[in-house]
Design a protein around this ligand. Structure first.
Ligand code: FES
Ligand code: FE2
Length: 370
């Protein structure tokens, strides 16, 4: 049993100290959400951005604050030529943030520009790099298998009343699935499973091997029709956390069933996290049919998680959390370590892509209620 208390940077209302990382890609919107002249307000911790489709066709993100009197630019509108017009006095800005006109004035103030930050758009998603002073040197983590033949992709947005750390740990925590979600993922049978934890400077992964195909409702839908289920082939299962805020769960059952959900967390503040979940899967049954059955159940599962995270946040209010962990909490401490060290390095001014530590592999074997 190990204990870790949280000592980091900014303190949340719960008393938890939350490491905040700004030098990283955050998936904030889908391409569909930037249709037409839509202006979207996006918050990442205490930084707010207005995101829209610029006249060049690219996704634009500006700090959501007019340089004139600091009114949110997201309250404004896009002009006919695609310039962003502030709602208060009508100053207009080009997609690089340059001030282009001040109504009633012949020459604009040269230095009163809005601040732009980098964006990246791919696979139907829009990422923001919320740090204008430190440009990205690497691309974002893309959702694997998206768009590949035979795969179906479904994107859903949900929100959790918890910090990024607690939300990410919940998404990757195996032991609670046979208790909180009893019967939905796992049946609760005892079996021996080998867990291999791999850690690097940017990510942590837990690989579960030797696990029989789970017998819960969700698992049965995904594995329906798979010959391997009857043959008793072991399921392959990986859970991953990738900086700054990506969680990924991947299952393979033989050659026929492959399910991978990549959930991009967007920490809105120290106590609220949105998740943009991209589920991509290939099963023996038609993808649309599986999605129609699977996603109402997945919504129910997430509602159970949302409630328990809310109760946890309430319990932590005003106190500094102390977590007692066992080897079953395979990734929780790894996520905390990654967040804390990345935030420290950012504060020290180190490049975001610099390795935070050497690669390590830890192999554990334990009994799992699966
Ligand atoms: S506050 Fe934006 S133009 Fe005045
Ligand atoms: Fe859960």
């Amino acid at each position: 049993m190990t204990i870790h208390s949280e000592a980091g940077q900014n303190e949340a209302p719960s008393g938890e100290r939350v490491p905040q990382i700004y030098r990283g890609w955050y998936a904030a919107l889908t391409t569909d959400e930037l249709k037409g002249k839509a202006l979207r307000a996006v918050r990442i911790y205490d930084r707010e951005f207005v995101v829209y489709r610029g006249p060049s066709g690219r996704a634009v993100a500006l700090v959501d604050r007019c340089p004139h009197r600091n009114v949110p630019l997201s309250l404004g509108k896009l002009s006919k030529c695609g310039e962003l017009e502030c709602k208060y006095h009508g100053w207009t800005f080009a997609e690089d943030g340059r001030l282009t006109s001040v109504p009633g004035r012949v020459t604009p103030c040269e230095k009163a520009n809005a601040i732009s930050v980098p964006t990246h758009e791919d696979k139907g998603l829009v990422w923001i790099w919320p740090s204008p002073d430190a440009p990205p040197s690497v691309g974002p983590t893309l959702p694997p298998c998206h768009g590949e033949p035979g795969y179906t992709t479904v994107v859903r947005r949900v929100s959790a009343p918890a910090s990024l750390y607690r939300t990410a740990e919940n998404a990757l925590d195996v032991p609670h699935t046979s208790v909180l979600h009893r019967g939905l993922f796992r049946s609760g049978e005892r079996q021996r499973v080998t867990v291999t934890v791999r850690r690097s400077g940017q990510s942590a992964e837990a690989e579960y091997s030797g696990e029989r195909p789970p017998r819960g409702l969700l698992s049965r839908v995904l594995g329906a029709g798979a010959k391997e289920r009857e043959l008793g082939v072991a399921v392959q299962h990986w859970d991953r956390f990738i900086l700054p805020a990506t969680v990924q769960v991947e299952y393979r059952l033989g050659s026929s069933t492959h399910f991978i959900v990549t959930a991009y967390c967007l920490p809105r503040d120290a106590e609220h996290t949105e998740l943009l979940a991209v589920a991509t899967f290939r099963t023996p049954l038609p993808g649309r049919l599986v999605a129609a059955v699977l996603f109402p159940v997945a919504r129910f599962v997430f509602e159970q998680d949302r409630r328990i995270l809310g109760a946890q946040s309430l319990a932590l209010r005003g106190s500094a959390p102390e977590y007692h962990s066992s080897e079953l909490d395979a990734l929780g401490q790894e996520i905390w370590r990654l967040l804390l060290r990345a935030a420290r390095r950012e504060k020290e001014g180190s490049p975001e892509a610099a390795p935070l530590g050497r690669e390590e592999t830890i192999v554990q074997t334990f009994e799992l209620l699966a």
